[in-house]
Design a protein around this ligand. Structure first.
Ligand code: GDP
Length: 363
């Protein structure tokens, strides 16, 4: 699971123990992944150990380094090499998808299983496996309002007739994996115990991937719902999850089925927002307006140090990604970036998704 969620895998072995059968087995498993693998032989504290550690070359991993974590030897070089192997994220653009992939994550006992079962309820037909291409056995596709929605890793949460408690039931690692395999994540929270530190932790993990996120306040039947209650809950969610100001919040009861359709509707509309493309011309008009209303400030009043924004293009969707051609990206101030982002949000109605803004030098 850790391998599934990783960009680069560091295989750590022990020079004191030497090459073991377990190391061989792990190396064998690593040969099957298409992720970059680095072997780090640890505890190489002196020359003798270094000579002995040469046996690890047998594993045939081209990126092999000898390190001593204790003496902080070779660790910096290892990191440098690792950075080179990281995928370039800047313009990693997810392709527009025809099928919405939803993952469901959250603490134990917030109602993930019940909610999953409610979503897979009778009125929504489960697409039979023969109909489509070969699907991951862990996932369950359904049709909803003529769209295919695939619930990711239902096997991990849906265990009918099985009452199971404890941290084993849904590990953070499993959640991270599910998030990475989906377009939109439903973070389930409990209305009676709203937005805990652990909720915030999982929310942060999902948010940082640039994917879609919806906070679901479940067990809504247990509170006495009225307008004030709803507003208080919304306020609390936004307060605790302040790092994601534009996240949509849905209220559900997995027990009574209330709010489930609204939740799926929210997911579909967020998904469409994330797939939206703005015509090139409209973007240039927006840029001209934005710059004339509020010109980029010049540094220390020196006009030569003024940021010039020449053009903006949308290069991708999911999340909508915009590339600004500027004279010098170093002249960009954070507040001006925020300003441009807000202009795009307001003009084109991106109210609930991440936007990615990239600034590139162009003479
Ligand atoms: P999970 O650990 O997140 O998968 O949580 P479960 O789906 O197993 O639910 C934990 C407990 O909360 C069970 O006893 C459920 O019956 C109960 N539960 C889940 N959703 C709701 C809800 O919307 N309302 C009420 N009253 N109870 C719920």
């Amino acid at each position: 699971m850790a391998m599934g969620a990783a960009d680069v895998i560091i295989f750590l072995t022990d020079a004191v123990q030497g090459l073991t059968a377990t190391d061989q087995a792990v190396a064998q498993r690593l040969r099957r992944t298409d992720k970059p693998v680095m072997l780090a032989v640890n505890k190489v504290d002196n020359e003798n150990r270094e000579l002995a550690a040469a046996e690890f070359f047998q594993l045939g991993i081209s990126e092999t380094s000898f390190i001593s974590a204790y003496h902080n030897y070779g660790v910096y070089d290892l990191l440098e090499r690792m950075v080179d192997l990281l995928p370039t994220r800047e313009l990693e653009v997810f392709t527009p998808a025809t099928e919405l992939r939803l993952s469901i994550v959250g603490r134990t006992n917030v109602g993930k299983s019940l909610l999953t079962n409610a979503i897979l309820g009778e009125e929504r037909s489960i697409v039979s496996p023969e109909a489509g291409t070969t699907r991951d056995a862990l996932d369950t596709p359904i049709t909803y309002r003529d769209h295919t929605i695939t619930l990711v890793d239902t096997a991990g949460i849906r265990r009918p007739g099985q009452v199971q408690r404890g941290i084993e039931k849904y590990s953070v690692l499993r959640a991270v994996n599910a998030v990475h395999r989906s377009d939109i994540t439903l973070l389930i929270t409990d209305a009676t115990e709203l937005a805990t530190a652990q909720d915030a932790h999982i929310a942060g993990l999902a948010w940082d991937t640039n994917r879609g996120l919806i906070v679901v306040v479940n067990k809504w039947d247990l509170v006495n719902p009225n307008r004030f209650r709803t507003e208080r809950s919304l306020h609390r969610v936004h307060q605790r999850l302040h790092f994601m100001p534009y996240v949509p919040v849905s209220f559900t009861s997995a027990l009574t089925g209330e709010g489930i359709n609204e939740l799926l509707d929210t997911a579909l509309s967020l998904w469409m927002e994330r797939q939206r493309r703005v015509p090139f011309r409209d973007l240039q008009y927006l840029l001209a307006d934005a710059v004339s209303t509020h010109a980029p400030p010049s540094r220390r009043g020196n006009l030569r140090n003024r940021l010039r924004v020449r053009r903006v293009r949308q290069v991708g969707v999911n999340p909508p990604t915009f590339v600004f051609s500027v004279n010098d990206p170093k002249l960009l101030h954070f507040s001006y970036e925020r300003y441009l982002e807000n202009q795009i949000r307001e003009r084109f109605g991106f109210h609930r998704t991440h936007l990615r803004l990239v600034f590139r030098a162009e003479r």
